[in-house]
Design a protein around this ligand. Structure first.
Ligand code: 9MJ
Length: 673
């Protein structure tokens, strides 16, 4: 290196800083990097070396100086130049119509009102102040009037430019106060919580709390390790030309290089707003981050100004909230349930609470390890969560609500149903009851046998199965087909008519396709998908029974664990006998109905990112086995983009083309696994 700081070196440093800023934006905001990470690192090192040699090259926006401010002893208060108002909430369509009626009254108009709608990020609201294009200060919302200075922490957010880009059509404002929401992606949050648990630190309840906790760090080095992200959606003071509408404002913020949610939409009138709300609600769980609703804003700034604000919130905007997926309630008791394969699951009995529009009174606690990890106790106030179709779960106890009389829970040593000793098998977390005659297992097996995707026996519900097993009328599957009206007569709530109906339903269920038959047997690790694979491979039940472990393992799509489980099931004499009795009682297996699996036919998938449970090639195999198609790039013909962790730019393409983005869990559901 030369000794003197030449204009060439200055130019090189400026060039490097600008390039790094640009690549940062492509990587963190567009999710579409242009260069390899190693090349980025090389540019960063070159700039760092220059700055070390000539410290006067360090600028306030230098990409090398995102982290490094000394830790604070406390946060300093900062008043907002314009109050950061909160939003009024709407919970149903009527609230939205009322919102518009008020607007019409004030504006004295009956013409359609154009709106801008934005996903409502469930994060932490902040204000960023850019002076002459440089990020000068960042503050929390606080009470709306005075927040806390979190500049050092906010500088660590890679998606945020330290210097605004200059748009082609003009300059950056001398002062720009930008408002936005800092948040954490769900997957990054899960990973972060896993690391906390590994380090024996308490996990956060949700991504919002994790984001808030990360911004409250006095040492920005800590914050820099947190996967924070931001979307900008508004302004405080903006010197110079203020855009004439919210849509133009968002476009302008984007031109400045600020991250703006790509899912924002213009609507011509309120009915369109409601349609977008329904779409967004349906897509909610496929998004990589939490949203708790949709924000609706009158688009035109002139109208916004006419409408003004109340003491708390603007009259031109409203938050249409989704139903919350988490709620707190009381954990009254823990019951141990025995599944059909003998696995013991602790289930929380809760004081009923509405979660996302469904009343929840039970939630899974998974297993003893999970209970210990979360330190959930009987009598605790707990946070419960229900997302999509999954079973509600206890997220964590609200420790501050403890009164001292909560009791720790231990899984029993014996099966709560039959009293047999329970076993924890090597490599498994679950405890199991291995008693083949365990009544609880039998009830669950019968329930499974009769369920919709198995024998589909109409009217054979949970209560009835309990009675049939408890009274000894049914001890195995074939006993069901031996039931007579007289057997049923003595049961609770069993009128003559319903007894006849059940006998008829049993009779009707006897003709069954091979795959359903296999699924109905309730063999461990044999779900609908594996049952279909087996049904397709074997010409009949005798051939399946005769297959040994090696033969099973040789089948495409059957792994060693499934093969061992299937071979062991058919190797047991009582199972051979049970199948013989089923066939003797008139069960007819229709082979032609074990048609090739086509439940995904006509659907085209694109896979991106890393999948947790299998490689992309394996996923492709499964999709194709189900009749679907997998292609390499997103087009209008794509039906679903499956996003693993660190997905690529295919996600943006999908959003542009309005193609559904689903996560891995959803793909598994679609595959029936
Ligand atoms: C969120 N949380 O995503 C606003 N918000 O506008 C969006 N919040 C807001 N806009 C005015 N997209 C006050 C708050």
């Amino acid at each position: 290196m030369p000794d003197t700081l030449t204009p060439d070196i200055r130019r090189r440093a400026r060039f490097l800083a600008d390039e790094l800023t640009r690549h940062n934006y492509r990587y963190y905001v567009l999710d579409d990097p242009e260069i390899a990470d190693s090349e980025y690192d090389r540019l960063m090192k070159e700039l760092g070396d220059l700055e070390q040699r000539w410290p006067e090259l360090v600028t306030p926006d230098s990409p090398t100086h995102r982290v490094g401010a000394p830790p604070l002893s406390k946060f300093v208060s900062v008043p907002h130049s314009l109050p950061m108002l909160s939003l009024d909430n709407a919970f149903n369509d009527d609230d939205i119509f009322e919102f518009e009626r008020r607007i019409r009254r004030i504006l004295k108009t009956t013409a359609p009102i154009p709106y801008m709608v934005e996903p409502k990020m469930d994060g932490v609201a902040v204000e960023l102040i850019y002076r002459d294009g440089l990020l000068a200060q960042a503050a929390t919302r606080g009470d709306g009037f005075v927040g806390e200075d979190i500049t050092a922490n906010v500088r660590t957010i890679r998606a945020l430019p330290l210097r605004l880009s200059v748009p082609a059509d003009g300059a950056v404002p001398a002062t720009l106060e930008v408002r936005g929401e800092i948040f954490i992606h769900r997957e990054a949050f899960r990973q972060f919580n896993r690391e906390r648990i590994a380090a024996e630190l308490p996990p956060f309840a949700n991504p919002r709390n994790a984001a808030a906790g990360s911004l409250r760090q006095l040492d920005s080095q800590v914050t820099a390790q947190r996967p924070l992200n931001i979307f900008c959606y508004g302004i405080g003071v903006m010197q110079g030309d203020v855009p004439a509408s919210q849509s133009e404002l968002l476009a302008r913020l984007k031109m400045f290089g600020l991250p703006v949610n790509p899912l924002v939409q213009s609507c011509r009138m309120i009915e369109e707003v409601l349609a977008v709300y329904r779409e967004l609600e349906a897509r909610r769980e496929t998004l990589p981050y939490d949203i708790d609703g949709m924000v609706i804003k009158v688009d035109a700034r002139a109208l916004q100004d006419q409408l003004g604000t109340t003491a708390r919130s603007p009259r031109w905007a409203i938050a249409y909230k989704f139903k919350a997926i988490q709620a707190t309630t009381w954990l009254e008791a823990i019951e141990v349930q025995v599944g059909r394969t003998g696995a013991l699951t602790p289930v929380a009995h809760l004081t009923p609470v509405s979660v996302g529009g469904v009343v929840v009174s039970r939630a899974t606690l998974h297993n003893q390890d999970e209970i210990d990890r979360k330190d959930v106790r009987i009598g605790d106030t707990v946070l419960v969560q229900r997302a999509g179709d999954v079973i509600p779960e206890v997220v964590m106890p609200v420790v501050s609500k403890r009164r001292g009389d909560e009791r720790r829970f231990r899984m029993p040593d014996v099966c709560p149903s039959c009293g047999a000793s329970v076993v924890r098998t090597e490599g498994e977390i679950a405890l199991r009851c291995f008693n083949a005659d365990c009544p609880a297992q039998l009830k669950e097996r019968i329930r499974h046998f009769a369920s919709k995707n198995a024998f589909d026996i109409d009217g054979l519900g949970e209560k009835l199965v309990d009675q049939l097993v408890s009274r000894g009328l049914v001890a195995s599957f074939p006993d069901l087909f031996g039931l007579e009206a007289a057997d049923l007569a003595g049961l609770d709530r069993m009128a003559e008519r319903s007894a006849a109906n059940l006998i008829a339903a049993l009779q009707a269920s006897k003709t069954i396709s091979f795959d359903r038959f296999i699924f109905a047997l309730g063999i461990r690790h044999v779900g609908e998908h594996v049952a279909r694979v087996l049904a397709k491979h074997f010409p009949g039940v005798a051939a399946l029974q005769a297959a040994d472990r090696d033969a099973l393992e040789a089948i495409e799509g059957i792994g060693p664990i499934v093969a061992a489980s299937v071979a062991s099931f058919f190797g047991r004499e009582e199972n051979t006998e049970m199948i013989r009795r089923l066939l003797d009682s008139g069960v007819q297996i229709t082979m032609d109905q074990a048609e090739p699996d086509t439940h995904l036919s006509g659907l085209t998938f694109v896979l991106t990112g890393t999948l947790a449970r299998m490689s992309r090639a394996q996923a492709q195999g499964l999709i194709e086995a189900a009749g679907g198609k997998v292609t390499g790039s997103v087009s209008r013909k794509t039906d679903y983009v499956v996003a693993g962790t660190s997905p690529g730019s295919k996600i943006d393409k999908a959003r542009q083309l309005n193609v559904a983005v689903i996560d891995e869990a959803r793909l598994w559901e679609m595959l029936g696994a």
